[in-house]
Ligand binder design. Structure first.
Ligand code: PAF
Length: 276
């Protein structure tokens, strides 16, 4: 695996390839990321991953400074997953001057849910993803469905700017008990880790209620919020939304359940597509 730290190094190495397949990450890699790399591999003639902890997508009180930087094990994992090229710029290389030109995604999609609770988050994500796309110039890029809204916001950005990049969504990888794999799971204490699966259980309960014929979405959402609160969580949202655009659904439209909740100091997100 070749490692490029600067844009000229990246461009030089990419020059002989036509169809880069790209997996952007912030490092602290787990099996979910590696699955994205493996999925990307047959889709291009060179498999590129990036590691860049993007300051722009963190709020001032969030974990930018403490976000785990696990360089050696990340490189080892990427090598074993078959990554050919790792782009790992430092802040000066990616943002040589203050990044005052930013991508503001459609607020209808980006200012709800995650964007509501983390204002500016998707501006930061879209800005860095646009910049990474411009550096790597991939033909295809793979993103996890675990960050469901992020995937939708990026798809929308790519469509609106007519970027010649196919965006592939990859199924969420889960631990044996059902907890969605996430870099932030590493923040959980042993007791919290045992409890954490309740987030996906709450989504499954919403799914079961719908499957058993219940159609009062507000009541299903309220029960899910209450069940987590009673277990000591601080939920931001547990909602049922239209899968197409994450807005309030009309009867019969395909749904996705989305959740974000804090367990102790750790904020976890998860989602479940519901097929009735
Ligand atoms: O999902 C992530 O890890 C990040 O939001 C991304 C897409 C790498 C942008 O920093």
């Amino acid at each position: 695996m070749h490692i490029a730290r600067t844009l000229p190094e990246l461009r030089e190495h990419l020059g002989r390839f036509q169809r880069p397949a790209f997996v952007p990450t912030m490092g602290n890699l787990h099996e979910g990321h590696l699955a994205l790399v493996r999925q990307a591999k047959p889709l291009g003639d060179v498999t590129v991953a990036s590691i860049f902890v993007n300051r722009l997508q963190f709020l001032p009180h969030e974990d930018f400074d403490t976000y785990p930087r696990t360089w050696d094990s990340d490189c080892e994992k990427l090598r074993s997953a078959g990554c050919d090229l790792l782009f790992a710029p430092d802040e000066k290389a990616l943002y040589p001057e203050p990044q005052t030109c930013k991508v503001h995604p459609d607020p209808v999609l980006a200012d709800i849910l995650e964007g509501h609770f983390r204002p500016g988050f998707f501006v930061g994500v879209c800005t860095v993803v646009m910049k990474l796309f411009s550096c790597v110039q991939p033909r295809v890029a793979v993103f996890g469905k675990k960050d469901y809204q992020q995937l939708m916001v990026i798809r929308h950005m790519v469509r609106q700017f007519a970027l010649p990049i196919e965006i592939v969504g990859s199924e969420t990888r889960r631990a044996e008990d059902g907890l969605a794999l996430s870099s932030r799971n590493g923040y959980l204490s042993e007791a919290e880790r045992a409890e954490a699966v309740q987030l996906s259980k709450a989504l499954q309960a919403m799914d079961s209620a719908l499957r058993s014929g219940e159609r009062d979405l507000a009541a299903i959402e309220a029960r899910a919020m209450q069940s987590l609160k009673e277990r000591g969580w601080q939920p931001d949202y547990l909602v049922l939304r239209r899968r197409a655009d994450l807005q309030a659904p009309a009867p019969g439209e395909p749904l996705v359940a989305l959740a974000a909740a804090r367990l102790g100091a750790t904020r976890l997100i998860d989602n479940l597509e519901i097929d009735l």
